[in-house]
Design a protein around this ligand. Structure first.
Ligand SMILES: Cc1cc2nc3c(=O)[nH]c(=O)nc-3n(C[C@H](O)[C@H](O)[C@H](O)COP(=O)(O)OP(=O)(O)OC[C@H]3O[C@@H](n4cnc5c(N)ncnc54)[C@H](O)[C@@H]3O)c2cc1C
Length: 406
């Protein structure tokens, strides 16, 4: 646990010990099977196991049984789970991400109606539906200020009527609750952004079949969502206060990217551990592979990257914990920090996977060594939430104003 330096409280250390024990026993031995788990029985077995140790309640409202959790503790937990499988960490993390806006706005109707089951013993999936077929970055980019959102929410009496489509969100078709990013009018820009909760089974909500993808094959389910005259109560909008949903939307970027950094570091650490072990047990020129200076330097570069990426995300998490000093996570300055942590951690994780394959030769290319699994998984972490490109632009935006798009 020394790798976390002084960042962990005594309680966090106990949490890390518990998660490590679970990951080593319940996830590590079935890492490849999770990728073949077409009926998701094993995926749910693992998620329910994590729920048994209370991890699914972290970040959810205390009023319905959730656990208040600070940013460091939350993200370290995600790193630890990602050592086993980052798709599992992603799916576990979504409910806290989804109910964040309702908690921020003290929307008791949503919390009582929709969040309560998420704090019971069984794990329930949620879905954060932002990306649209026309583009994910257009929606997430601060440049467009909500003007590129094509999913329209219209108030009809006491109900919102939602029409539009979403592409790729995690949990689509298997979640119990969907948080749909929409606009009441694209011309209103940021003030038009409306985050609306839609329970599964609402008439007009439908899905295409799940995507067939490279990594996180069944641990995270992605599908297109169609919203055709979907009606929900007016109170299911996270906040009716103008502009507040826009702030919550920006929180998705900072928190989502910070968690992505923790997922990527977990992947990288797992791959480093595999490479360290392999190079101790394989020899050339009469010496362990890792005793040759060429390979020792590669291992050193891997761990320098991992430690830098870990302390980067931990430092940003500590800033998120201290809003009085650093401002809100939805500020440009803090989105820049979360984005930087993600961009850097993903670059490191991909590089660590590549280096591990060099160190292990053809063995590392084989499924049984698991390196290829982590490479497949961390590639999507790099691509989602605006990818490495928008992430970098948001880092720059934290330091100087960027000229807005027309
Ligand atoms: C496994 C998985 C899980 C996902 N989970 C979710 C989820 O939970 N919720 C959700 O809403 N979505 C989710 N997504 C979607 C994902 O976040 C988007 O696909 C991603 O943000 C990129 O959007 P896009 O694919 O539409 O690419 P585009 O927006 O079309 O971008 C294409 C390319 O252009 C670059 N680009 C675009 N605009 C800019 C710009 N302004 N500046 C610089 N570069 C730019 C992009 O970086 C990218 O390289 C998930 C996708 C996958 C595969």
């Amino acid at each position: 646990m020394k790798e976390y330096g002084e960042f962990l409280s005594e309680e966090d250390k106990m949490m890390v010990t518990t998660i490590r024990d679970f990951v080593n026993k319940e996830i590590m031995p079935v890492r490849q099977q999770l990728d073949e788990d077409t009926d998701r029985g094993l995926v749910h077995h693992v998620l329910n196991g994590l729920a048994k140790i209370g991890l699914h309640k972290r970040g959810l409202p205390e009023s319905v049984g959730g656990l208040r959790t600070n940013a460091i503790s939350l993200e370290v937990g995600y790193e630890e789970i990602s050592r086993g499988d980052s798709g599992i960490a992603m799916t576990l993390s979504v409910p806290a991400w989804v109910f964040g806006p309702a908690m921020r706005s003290r929307n008791d109707r949503v919390i009582n109606d929709l969040c309560t089951p998420f704090c019971k013993d069984e794990f329930h999936e949620a879905c954060q539906a932002m990306t649209e077929p026309e583009g994910g970055c257009n929606i997430e980019s601060a440049d467009y200020r909500g003007k590129e959102i094509h999913t329209i929410a219209r108030l009809d009496g006491d109900e919102w009527v939602i029409n539009g489509a979403k592409q790729f969100p995690s949990g689509a078709s298997v979640a119990d609750v969907y948080l749909v990013t929409s606009t009441t009018d694209p011309n209103l820009g940021e003030e038009g952004i409306a985050l609306i909760y839609v329970p599964a089974g609402t008439p007009g909500l439908s899905f295409d079949k799940p995507e067939n993808k490279l990594g996180m094959r069944y641990t995270d389910v992605n599908a297109s969502i169609h919203l055709d005259n979907v009606r929900v109560p007016k109170e299911y909008r996270a906040s009716l206060e103008p502009g507040r949903d826009h702030q919550s939307f920006r929180n998705f970027l900072s928190w989502g990217r910070l968690s992505s950094a923790a997922f990527a570091v977990g992947n990288a650490q797992a791959v480093f551990d595999i490479a360290l072990d392999f190079t101790a047990n394989r020899f050339y020129g009469g010496k362990q592979v890792r005793q040759h200076s060429l390979q020792a330097a590669m291992l050193a570069d891997m761990i320098i990257g991992i430690e830098s990426a870990r302390f980067y995300y931990l430092t940003v998490a500590s800033m998120f914990n201290n809003r009085k000093v650093y401002g809100s996570p939805y500020s440009d300055a803090q989105i820049a920090k979360g984005s930087g942590a993600k961009v850097y951690a993903c670059d490191v994780a991909i590089d660590v996977c590549n280096k591990a394959m060099q160190l292990t030769g053809s063995y590392g290319y084989m499924k049984e060594y698991n390196i290829e699994k982590y490479l497949r998984d961390c590639k999507i972490i790099q691509l989602w939430e605006g990818g490495a490109e928008l992430g970098r632009i948001d880092v720059a935006r934290g330091y100087y104003p960027m000229v807005p798009a027309d």
